[in-house]
Design a protein around this ligand. Structure first.
Ligand SMILES: NC(=O)c1ccc[n+]([C@@H]2O[C@H](COP(=O)([O-])OP(=O)(O)OC[C@H]3O[C@@H](n4cnc5c(N)ncnc54)[C@H](OP(=O)(O)O)[C@@H]3O)[C@@H](O)[C@H]2O)c1
Length: 262
């Protein structure tokens, strides 16, 4: 049983399935089938991966090494429950869901790539942390080897640790990106281009390689420059949502600073 994973079926045809599928075929792993509830999506990704698209899980060929589930989190359990009994490893790619939802499969695990994936943007897998979890040694070793084919950063992470990572990642990535979208909106409303902020955003993230984000916090909130904060709040008075976010975050910045300095 301890052989390399060579054949994989992808369950889902979105951002993650597309990127993982592409990097696997580049490394000579065969994508046997791609499943999506939407036949066109399954077929479109299958074409790119030299595979077969299906939209009915009873058509899944289970005589393979790995069934990898990358669907919307809320439907993962429902989709997994429709996968026929099999001897392949069944794994999911989710940050937030326990390995135990797959326990009805003899060999089950997690293969969670800690990165942000969008279909339109190519990505280098070699530095992406691949978070592996499995209940038995053989599955763990096989998932680890698969991870090592695509990345130099494979980790063994428990379901509890993965949940913590996912919450942190939502703050670090998803919320930051939402703030970029707000910045773009504010600039656009005032006929200015978001690109002018790119060097600032770049430097903010570059600095993180050199120390804790707490040490690099700048801006009116951390300096407790109340006059500027109040001017900004007045500027935002036509957008209650942005104004509330600005006020709440400014308070959070100052509170965290005070808490850590105690
Ligand atoms: N995107 C990321 O940056 C990222 C990073 C790490 C892990 N993940 C995890 O990877 C998984 C997939 O994320 P993603 O970004 O690839 O999502 P996505 O691009 O939105 O694709 C979601 C997939 O789920 C399917 N789906 C949605 N609703 C469904 C339903 N009601 N029944 C059956 N299938 C349904 C979609 O089917 P259709 O083809 O019909 O639309 C699609 O194939 C998630 O568990 C996510 O937490 C995502």
């Amino acid at each position: 049983m301890n052989h390399f994973i060579k054949t994989v079926a992808l369950i889902g045809s979105g951002n993650v399935a597309s990127h993982i599928g592409k990097v696997l075929i580049k490394n000579n792993i065969t994508i046997t089938q791609v499943f999506s509830r939407t036949s066109e999506n399954a077929k479109a990704l299958a074409r790119q991966l030299n595979s077969e698209g299906i939209n009915d899980l009873s058509q899944l060929n289970t005589n393979i090494d790995l069934v990898l589930i990358s669907v919307k989190d809320d439907v993962l359990v429902d989709v997994a429950n429709k996968i026929p009994e099999n001897k392949a490893i069944v794994a999911h790619t989710t940050g937030s869901i326990s390995i135990n939802v797959l326990k009805r499969f003899k060999f089950h695990g997690v293969f969670y790539p800690l990165q942000t994936f969008s279909k339109k943007k190519e990505i280098d897998f070699s530095t992406i942390p691949i978070c592996i979890e499995a209940k038995d040694e053989s599955t763990s070793a096989r998932l680890e080897r698969l991870g090592e084919i695509i990345s130099n950063n494979v980790r063994h992470i428990s379901s509890e640790q993965r949940k913590v990572l996912h919450v942190a990642a939502v703050f670090a990535c998803n919320f930051s990106n939402h703030f970029y979208a707000i910045a773009e909106d504010i600039l656009g409303e005032n006929q200015m281009d978001f690109n002018i902020l790119l060097p600032l955003i770049q430097e903010t993230t570059n600095k993180l390689k050199h120390g804790s984000p707490l040490d690099f916090q700048t801006g009116p909130a951390v300096r407790n420059d109340q006059i500027v904060v109040n001017e900004h709040l007045k500027f935002l008075e036509n957008n209650e949502n942005y104004q509330k976010i600005y006020e709440y975050l400014s308070r959070s910045i100052l509170n965290l600073k005070n808490e850590k300095e105690l």
